[in-house]
Design a protein around this ligand. Structure first.
Ligand code: SF4
Length: 156
């Protein structure tokens, strides 16, 4: 919902803090997730993620979440799906070229990112969307990825 989306950007710092606390909990649950089976968990986690993030960010379930680098403004709401924006068409009032009634998601991303503790994260270049990941859970992907990185670190 558009109003909630704007609210999320306005509260990017608080949401960043929530995420910073939420992520380690998820990562600690990796052994349990592994025991239960990631394949089996995918569907229920995806449903929960879709409802929560759909409400708060108009999430399109791209499968590779960029919110922590984009000021809590989902780049997939850009009508051109630009992952590294903005394009050259932003209007003088900061609204979108394609949808004049909507704020440019990248103008919003900048607004949100400047409130965040990691305000430099927006400078990271985002990799292109992998459409094979569409409709999969970013949360579970982060857990697997972070846990694998953690294990690699321990092995060194
Ligand atoms: S970046 Fe992807 S996963 Fe994150 S809110 Fe946007 S569509 Fe959803």
């Amino acid at each position: 919902m558009y109003k909630f989306r704007l609210w999320s950007v306005s509260n990017a710092r608080k949401l960043e803090a929530v995420y910073r606390n939420f992520e380690p909990v998820l990562i600690r649950l990796h052994p349990l997730f592994k025991w239960l089976g990631y394949g089996r968990l995918e569907k229920p986690v995806r449903v929960v993620e879709k409802v929560i993030k759909g409400l708060m960010f108009d999430c399109q379930m791209c499968g590779k979440c960029a919110l922590s680098s984009t000021g809590m403004s989902c780049p997939m709401n850009c009508p051109k799906s630009i992952r590294n924006g903005p394009c050259g068409g932003v209007r003088l009032d900061g609204n979108c070229e394609v949808k004049p009634e909507m704020r440019c998601v990248w103008v919003e991303a900048w607004r949100g990112s400047q409130q965040m503790r990691d305000s430099a994260a927006i400078n990271q270049v985002q990799i292109p969307v992998n459409h094979l990941l569409k409709d999969s859970s970013s949360w579970l992907r982060v857990v697997r990825h972070e846990f694998a990185a953690h294990e690699k670190e321990l092995a060194q």
